[in-house]
Every structure is written in structure tokens, then in C-alpha cells.
Design a protein around this ligand. Structure first.
Ligand code: ATP
Length: 355
């Protein structure tokens, strides 16, 4: 089922939580709502669910207006971060719950419910745990059961609000991959709220980046990561260094670096900020054009990368560089070394922006 959100606004008292938000979720797509705390992700999800009513705007399911439709008539399934399972019920009974409470004429027979629950247990790979109670499961297993419970009633839309938020990092990564594979199998239209950019990049077909109740940008993971539309998106989706300067007649002069025809900078003689991701800076031993002299002030190996902090001679500024480990090994960097940093890719935004 497709979802259309048309010009939705929502205020709480005098606070505007959502302002004129429009979004189309095509049938079968997995969309991530990504943004910092308080950006309006959960409010939007609750409006889709029918748990909250917008002040203005409309929600359509499959092209049919559903703004005032009751939650129970929307055919949505939920999985929340703390959507507790029924503690006194087994895994089997938790998953079966939505089916057993259906009105008598819609309720499937006992054998049909049993078959359905076992097929879902197979899907979440927990067949052997049907008789356990929630207290006897790990956090990750509990969220998988919560997902199976949501899917049991065959929702047309699945809404997930930080479903892995309470889990430790390793389980989170496993579960998001698992969710992606599961979605490829069942194709239910899904909206997934997260503030974790890696999670959104890995799981979603499309990412909707939210900030202060508005959509900053939407696109495929590579569109939003490789072509951020605004400084906010640049900053939110990855580690970034800022170089302040000016643009003048098609040339940008940013903190000692000169760029001709910088992307995105058409203004004349205006203050501007250049954005460079930490992995888009090369470190070289020899001086070359477009490279900045810098001193290595900190080194840290993190998995396959080495984080190198460089201080620039212009004062107290440091820039962060992420180098593949073999490249760092080849350079043999030590704290105190004088090197040259060359931004490989810089995006210039003319409007001043503070992080
Ligand atoms: N029922 C409410 N009453 C008053 N203010 C609310 C209510 N619900 C949300 N808000 C406010 O609206 C803003 C958006 O909240 P929302 O929960 O949608 O953000 P979020 O992006 O999901 O944040 P988080 O990641 O922290 O959950 C917040 O500033 C929040 O305090």
C-alpha cells in the first residue's frame, strides 16, 4: 500500500513539531526517517499510524484519504523501541495475539493460527523458542518477536520507531541487516524512524532527512550521502571538516585552498563555507598545489581506518582525516610530523552555516 503525506503540519502548544511536510512512500518501499532528536520523526510516524491527528494536511493510503481513519482501520503494524511484549505470554501466544483477538467472524481457526505463527517463527528464525517467555529472550530476540507479532495480522504498512535503539551495537548491526533481507522477502511498505545515519544508509531504499519539523532532503542512500542538498545534510550524514572563505567570480578561496568553479557557489564576493568529508582528504609527505601544510597532532586506529587529527598553521584549527590503515602504514605517520593535506572533494555553500 502506498502512503501519501500531503502538507502535514502539527503543533504542540506553540511548538511547531511538523511544518508543511509532504512525502510519498510508494508501495513496497522501505523508507527511513532520519534526523536528530526532536526533528519530528516520531510525530510523523504517529500521524501515519493514526495515533496523532495533524492540524492541517492529509494522509492518503493507496490514494484514498485516511486522515481521520481510526488506528484499528488503518491496517498498520508497529514495532517500537520499548514496545513491550506481554510478559505473561509465551512467544507463540504473543505472536498469535492479534489473530486471537479478532472478531469471531474474522478470526482464523486454531490450526490456521498455529500454521501462521510457525511460519512467522521461521521467518524470524526463532522456531525453537516458541514456548519461551519474553523474560527468557535476549533484546534482539524480543524485537524479532515484536516484529513477528506486528506482521501476524498482515498489515499493509509497517511502522518501526527506533526498533533497535535499545540494543548493543553488534546486535543492532546484525538485526538491521536481517531486517533488510526480511523486507526483500515480504515487501511490506515500511517506514523506519532512526537517528543513526549508518542504520538508515544500510537499511533503507530511500532516506528522508528531517530537521526542525521539515524535510531537508530525500533520496536514495547514495543520493543523500554523495550529493547532500544542504549543509545540514552534509553535517548529519558523516564526519565533515569546514573551511571558511569567500567566493569571487567563479573562484572560491577557502582557508588557503583555491577552487575554480566550485559546485554550488554562484554568488559573487560572498562569504562561503567549504565542506570536506574526513575520508576525502589525502595526506602527503611532499608539498603540492592545493595542499595545506599541517602538523599531525593525534593518531587513533579504529578498525580498518586510522583517524588523523591535523593542526593547521593558521591558528588553533584542527581537521580530521580518516585514512585506510594501509595508506597510514605506508606514510608511517607520527605525532609531530609535518605533512600536507589535500582535500580531494570540496563542496562550497555560500550561505554561512554554523555547526
Ligand atoms: N505530545 C507532545 N506534547 C508536546 N510536545 C511534543 C509532543 N510530542 C512531541 N513533542 C515535541 O515535538 C518535537 C518533535 O518530537 P518527535 O518525537 O517527533 O521528534 P523525534 O525526531 O522523533 O525525536 P527523538 O529521536 O528524540 O524521538 C519535540 O520537540 C517534542 O518535544
Amino acid at each position: 500500500m502506498s502512503i501519501d503525506i500531503e502538507a502535514v503540519s502539527k503543533t504542540f502548544g506553540s511548538f511547531s513539531a511538523l511544518s508543511n511536510v509532504s512525502l510519498k512512500v510508494p508501495s513496497g518501499e522501505l523508507v527511513a526517517l532520519l534526523g536528530p532528536s526532536g526533528s519530528g520523526k516520531t510525530s510523523l510516524l504517529r500521524i501515519i499510524a493514526g495515533l496523532e491527528t495533524p492540524d492541517s494536511g492529509r494522509i492518503l493510503f493507496d490514494g484514498v484519504e485516511a486522515t481521520n481513519r481510526q488506528v484499528k482501520d488503518r491496517q498498520v503494524g508497529f514495532v517500537f523501541q520499548h514496545y513491550a511484549l506481554f510478559r505473561h505470554m509465551t512467544v507463540f501466544d504473543n505472536i498469535a495475539f492479534g489473530l486471537t483477538v479478532k472478531p469471531k467472524k474474522e478470526r482464523p481457526g486454531t490450526q490456521e493460527i498455529r500454521d501462521k505463527v510457525y511460519s512467522l517463527l521461521k521467518l524470524i528464525q526463532l522456531e525453537q523458542l516458541a514456548d519461551r517467555y519474553p523474560g527468557q529472550l535476549s533484546g534482539g530476540q524480543r524485537q524479532r518477536v515484536a516484529l513477528a507479532r506486528a506482521l501476524a495480522v498482515e498489515p499493509q504498512v509497517l511502522l518501526l520507531d527506533e526498533p533497535f535503539g535499545a540494543l548493543d551495537a553488534k546486535v543492532r548491526v546484525e538485526l538491521r541487516r536481517w531486517l533488510r533481507r526480511l523486507h526483500d522477502e515480504i515487501h511490506v511498505t515500511s517506514v523506519f524512524v532512526t537517528h543513526d545515519q549508518e542504520e538508515a544508509l544500510e537499511v533503507a531504499d530511500r532516506i528522508v532527512v528531517m530537521n526542525q519539523g521539515k524535510i531537508e532532503q530525500q533520496g536514495t542512500p547514495s543520493e543523500v550521502y554523495d550529493h547532500p542538498a544542504t549543509p545540514f545534510v552534509y553535517d548529519f550524514l558523516g564526519n565533515v571538516n569546514l573551511f571558511k572563505g569567500r567566493v569571487h567570480e567563479g573562484t572560491a578561496q577557502m582557508g588557503g585552498i583555491k577552487l575554480s568553479s566550485p559546485e554550488n557557489a554562484s554568488a559573487n564576493d560572498a562569504p562561503a563555507v567549504g565542506y570536506v568529508r574526513s575520508h576525502d582528504i589525502a595526506i602527503e609527505r611532499d608539498s603540492s598545489e592545493g595542499a595545506l601544510k599541517a602538523e599531525v597532532c593525534y593518531l587513533l586506529s579504529v578498525g580498518p581506518l586510522v583517524r588523523v587529527d591535523l593542526s593547521l598553521p593558521d591558528g588553533d584549527r584542527t581537521i580530521e582525516v580518516d585514512l585506510p590503515r594501509d595508506e597510514a602504514d605506508k606514510l608511517g605517520l607520527k605525532v609531530g610530523d609535518l605533512v600536507f593535506a589535500r582535500p580531494r572533494k570540496m563542496r562550497v555553500f555560500v550561505d554561512d552555516y554554523q555547526i
